[in-house]
Structures are given as C-alpha cells and as structure tokens.
Design a protein. Structure first.
Length: 360
C-alpha cells in the first residue's frame, strides 16, 4: 500500500489510518457499522483524537461523508497524521479526525449509504415533511432507467441534455442534486428518516466537542469544480456570523445558499445541522471540495451505480467496471493531483489551527 496518496480499497485506507494514528499517539475509538464490505470486511467509523480533553477549541476533520470520496479524504487525514508526527499541536486545541463518516459507501465504492441515501441530504427536520422537489419526478425515469445498455444510456442522456438546454444547467443541477425524497432508488435520495451515520452523529458529536466553546469543521469532498482546485463551501448565507468567520479564517469562502458555489443549494446537509446538536458553541464550518472530472462524467457514473444497485447484481458481471467508473469520477490517482490537493488542504487546516489556537 502506498504511504502517500490514495489507496485501492476502504480496508487499506482504514488500516493505514489506524496505523498512522497510533504511530502519531492519537487516542482512537472505533464504532462498528452493522453492515459489511464487499468481501465481508468489518466497517466502522474511526475517530482519532489529539490534544487535551478540556481544550477550549476543537478542530474536526471529516472524511467519507460521501463514501467513495473517502479515498481522498482518508489520504489527506493520513497526510495530516504524518505532519503532526513531526511536530505538535498548540495548547488549547484538540484535533479530531473522523474517518469514514459513511463507511458503507466507502467500502462499496458508492456515494450513498446502505439505504441508497445521500448522507448530506439526510439531515432535514424529520418531524416535518421533507422538502419537495416535484421537478425531480419528471426526470426520475431518465436519471435511473431500468437498464444501462448503450441505447438506453444514449437516449436518456440526450433527453437530460435537452432539458438542461431548455432550463439552463444550474437549474438541472439544482433539480438533480439538491435532494429528493420520493424515489428511493434514485440519485441524491434523502431517505425517510435518520440513517445509521446520522444517528451516530446525533449520539456522539456532543462528546467530540466536550466542554469546548469553539468548533471548527472541515468536511472533505471531491467531484465538483476544476481539476485539483479546492473550493471552500459554506452552508450559510453571506450575512451569517459563521460565514463571516469563515472568510476571516480562509479568505474566499463560497455560500451555496447564496448561489456562489460549485455546489447546488442542498436540503439536509449535515453541517447545517451541527448547531442543533451542540449548544453554546461558536461554529465555523466548511466543506472543502476538490475538483476531479467534468460534471457530466460525474453524473453518468452515479447513474450507472444507481441502475446497478436498483436493478442488477452489485457483485455480478459488469459491477467492477461500474465501481471503477465511480471511483475514477471522485478519486484521481495522478500524483500531481494529490500534490495540488494536499497543498490546498494544508493551507486550509493550518489557517483553521491558527484561528482556533492563536499563539499570541
């Protein structure tokens, strides 16, 4: 297994993370997932912690919210662990690495959970009806058709492109990826209630934050934007205190709420739910999104994956090629890509550390 860059499997990523966390002196706790990986391997959320339990500030770095995106997130967490081994943390700061928030999707090379749920569309207020997305219903049969043969791919893709030409690509992106709650085998499905990873966060985030009064969060993502570029995305609008702090920390932060970001405005993203899970804490949070390939290629990979899991055998003939397609859309094995990504990651994390634990 490579000591730098992306690994080939979830299990390799997990074992490298655990080994490097142990070598760096972390306190590690693992939380088993009820499902297994493709080869029967156990799955878990692993949490590595550095710094004093009573530190007044916490920096939480999260990988694998969207499963397959964990190949990059895990590699960046390993990269950080290598860096921290050579130095230390400033006093007054605790750093927590949450590895594989969605371990099932990571292990199965999918973006979604064991329920075909996009975890970042699952954190809606489930005491109320989920947000409507009526336009998605008109595209559902095109996005995830019954088959994935060449003719079906071509005809459905042409119809989707025609829709995009009619309404504009930003509208298509909003309809398709903003979140939908009516088509369980569709893409960007938000579910019918809190999924396992959601319930885990509800139970454990308070313990991660502890007595700290300041919390920084960097949630690692891939798949949107220019190749190797890392955009910081806020779930808040430009007039919110958390957004303003983010710009003080990092400079250029894009609000998905205000339409500034490469991301559509999402329903049920987990960063937007943090305030209700921890009280009396100053929260500065952003998703760090690294570009890989073009948006159409990404969507085509997700459509192929959805058809496979809705209508086919996830371990049958042709399934390996679908997983390879999904992985290629969200994880670039080019060393130059990881060099660019890790340099940007270092900038973002170092700035957060400086803001949370100033030395003066």
């Amino acid at each position: 297994m490579s000591d730098r860059g992306l690994t080939g499997t979830y299990e390799q990523s997990r074992q490298r993370f655990l080994a490097s966390a142990d070598a760096a002196g972390a306190r590690v706790e693992s939380f088993p997932h009820p499902s297994a990986g493709m080869s029967g391997e156990p799955l878990a959320i692993d949490v590595a912690t550095f710094g004093a339990a009573d530190a007044p500030a916490v920096l939480l770095i999260v990988s694998g919210t969207h499963g397959v995106e964990g190949f990059t997130g895990s590699a960046l967490q390993h990269h950080w662990l290598d860096r921290i081994s050579a130095g230390g943390l400033p006093t007054g700061l605790r750093v927590v690495l949450l590895h594989a928030f969605n371990p099932y999707g990571f292990a199965w090379v999918r973006r979604v959970t064991e329920d075909n749920v996009d975890l970042n569309r699952n954190f809606v207020d489930w005491s109320q009806p989920p947000p409507p997305n009526e336009e998605y219903g008109g595209l559902a049969h095109l996005l995830v058709p019954d088959a994935w043969d060449d003719d079906t791919q071509q005809s459905t893709t042409l119809q989707l492109l025609a829709y995009a030409e009619e309404v504009g690509f930003p509208t298509l992106q909003e309809v398709v990826s903003g979140g939908q709650y009516t088509h369980p085998t569709g893409v960007f499905y938000g579910g019918t209630g809190p999924v396992w990873s959601h319930r885990w966060l509800d139970e454990h985030l308070g313990g991660i934050v502890g007595s700290a009064t300041r919390l920084g969060i960097v949630d690692l993502h891939t798949g949107l934007g220019p190749w190797g570029h890392g955009e910081l995305i806020s779930h808040e609008g430009g007039d919110a205190p958390g957004y303003r702090r983010g710009t003080e920390w990092w400079g250029d932060v894009r609000s998905m709420l205000d339409g500034e970001s490469v991301s559509a405005n999402l329903s049920g993203d987990w960063l937007g739910a943090v305030e209700r899970l921890v009280s009396d804490v100053e929260i500065t949070a952003a998703a760090l999104e690294f570009g890989t390939v073009d948006t159409v290629t990404v969507l085509q990979s997700l459509r192929a994956d959805a058809v496979l899991h809705a209508s086919g055998d996830p371990l049958g003939p042709g399934s390996d090629s679908v997983r390879a397609r999904v992985r290629a859309a969200f994880a670039d094995d080019d060393p130059a890509w990881f060099d660019a990504v890790s340099a940007r990651f270092d900038e973002v994390i170092d700035a957060a550390v400086a803001q949370l634990a100033p030395t003066t």
